[in-house]
Write a protein that binds this ligand. Structure first.
Ligand code: ADP
Length: 187
């Protein structure tokens, strides 16, 4: 088993497609990237990556995995709603992703896949996935973006742990997420 959208995701999920862009208004190909993840929940680190990706691409599709092998704290609808409330910049779309990423990306005419890289600990897995995907389809480009330093220690998992132990997570997540965590944990 290989982790892609979670430690126990099957190899089928690591494959994605790289296809031509749809024409934009000025006739040039629209550059679109997919940013896949669990986003359980979205953190300020994710938002930072989305903003950086948006500077490079005309459109960023934040693809929220319907994650059947992880036990998410938040249901898909909740994760989508939090992302939509938290993302205020134009040119970013939030969409659920069922099935294979390759099919999702092809249907979206995506140019690339964005992944966030926080530390060496992320590198080994991400490197393996990128090379595997290149092997499966050499046209695929994986783009790694590093967040602001202050977000490099942030993960959805650690935010959930802090919240579950009664800590204040408002510095780490967008306000709608802090509110949703408080509601979920009834604080
Ligand atoms: P996954 O289940 O794929 O790990 P996540 O929602 O945890 O989904 O993460 C999605 C992507 O965002 C991954 O590439 C992950 O490395 C990246 N990411 C998560 N947290 C941060 C952060 N604080 N800074 C930068 N990238 C991050």
């Amino acid at each position: 088993m290989l982790r892609f959208l979670g430690k126990s995701h099957s190899i089928a999920r690591v494959v994605w497609n790289f296809s031509n862009g749809t024409p934009s208004a000025n006739g040039s190909a629209m550059r679109r990237a997919i940013y896949p993840g669990s986003f359980d929940p979205v953190t300020n680190g994710h938002i930072d990556v989305i903003e950086r990706a948006r500077k490079l691409f005309d459109e960023v599709v934040v693809a929220v995995a319907v994650n059947d092998q992880k036990q998410p704290m938040f249901a898909l609808d909740e994760r989508l709603a939090m992302l939509r409330k938290a993302i205020t910049i134009e040119g970013v779309r939030v969409a659920p992703m069922t099935g294979l990423l390759v099919e999702f990306a092809a249907a979206e005419n995506a140019h690339a896949v964005i992944r966030g890289l926080r530390a060496i600990s992320d590198f080994e897995f991400e490197f393996q996935m990128a090379l595997m995907n290149r092997k499966l389809d050499e046209k695929i480009e994986t783009i790694f973006l590093m967040p602001k330093e202050e977000y490099t220690y942030l993960s959805s998992r650690i935010v959930k742990e802090i919240a579950q132990l009664g800590g204040n997570v408002s510095a780490f997540v967008p306000r709608p997420v802090a509110e949703a965590l408080a509601k979920k944990l009834k604080r």
